[in-house]
Design a binder for this molecule. Structure first.
Ligand code: CDP
Length: 223
């Protein structure tokens, strides 16, 4: 069974998807981390973000692995060609590079191929932007998470502080809005809710509330 969780930046996808996967004993796939890894590697190798041929080559040849440590049931580390990129993919530099990189159709094809291979066996909670529309259009459950711009800015600020990065609230908000604008207006698999997705506005809801609601949808399908 595939549970697709899509939505804009900082809408709470990761927190909710991870917690839901743990609760359901399902796999958890963070497709944003895959695009971020390609962007991080492009920056490290000095690949120009305009060089679509080089970006597609990079995405097609990069080996991505999610690893669990310390008995965790969920992945805790992301490896790109064996290199630990877990922290690097959350830096402001990668944040700025990831939308242009993920707008390249050939990059998306390479990532979608891996995502479909992984999701072919077992139960998965998959989060991203195009999971319910493109990657798994037949997903059993499709959820489109949203939250007000202020709430999303606040959540991302807390994330960043946890990582030891500090940025003004206005700056954080502007960066989120710029990425959303890029992701919704690109030609290849733009960020849009699938027609059959359940839309959930998470403003003012706790992560547990949201997980409860999605778990109830899963229960209803399983029954
Ligand atoms: O965590 P946050 O919502 O900020 O972003 P993310 O899920 O880590 O995704 C980072 C970026 O990757 C997005 O802004 C998109 O440009 C891209 N992405 C995508 O194009 N398709 C996906 N399925 C997932 C992410």
């Amino acid at each position: 069974m595939i549970i697709a969780i899509d939505g804009p930046a900082a809408s709470g996808k990761s927190t909710v998807a991870r917690s839901l996967a743990a609760r359901l004993c399902a796999g958890y796939l963070d497709t944003g981390a895959m695009y971020r890894s390609v962007a991080a590697e492009a920056l490290r190798r000095d690949v120009s973000l305009d060089d679509t041929t080089a970006l597609v080559e990079l995405a097609s040849s990069l080996t991505l692995r999610f690893e669990r440590e310390g008995g965790s049931v969920l992945p805790t580390r992301v490896l790109a060609d064996g290199r630990d990129v877990t922290s690097e993919i959350r830096t402001p530099e990668v944040d700025s590079a990831v939308s242009p990189v993920s707008a390249v159709p050939g990059v998306r094809q390479a990532m979608v191929r891996i995502q479909r291979e992984l999701g072919a066996v077992g139960d998965w909670v998959v989060e991203g932007r195009d999971i319910g529309t493109v990657v798994f259009p037949d997903a059993a459950i499709k959820v489109f998470l949203t939250a007000s711009a202020e709430e999303r800015g606040r959540r991302r600020e807390i994330d960043m502080r946890r990582q030891g990065l500090s940025m003004g609230a206005q700056d954080v908000q502007q960066r989120i809005e710029a990425r959303d604008e890029y992701d919704t207006t690109r030609e290849a698999s733009p960020l849009v809710a699938a027609d059959d997705a359940v839309r959930l506005d998470t403003t003012g809801l706790s992560a547990d509330d949201v997980v409860d609601r999605i778990a109830a949808l899963v229960e209803a399908v399983r029954r």
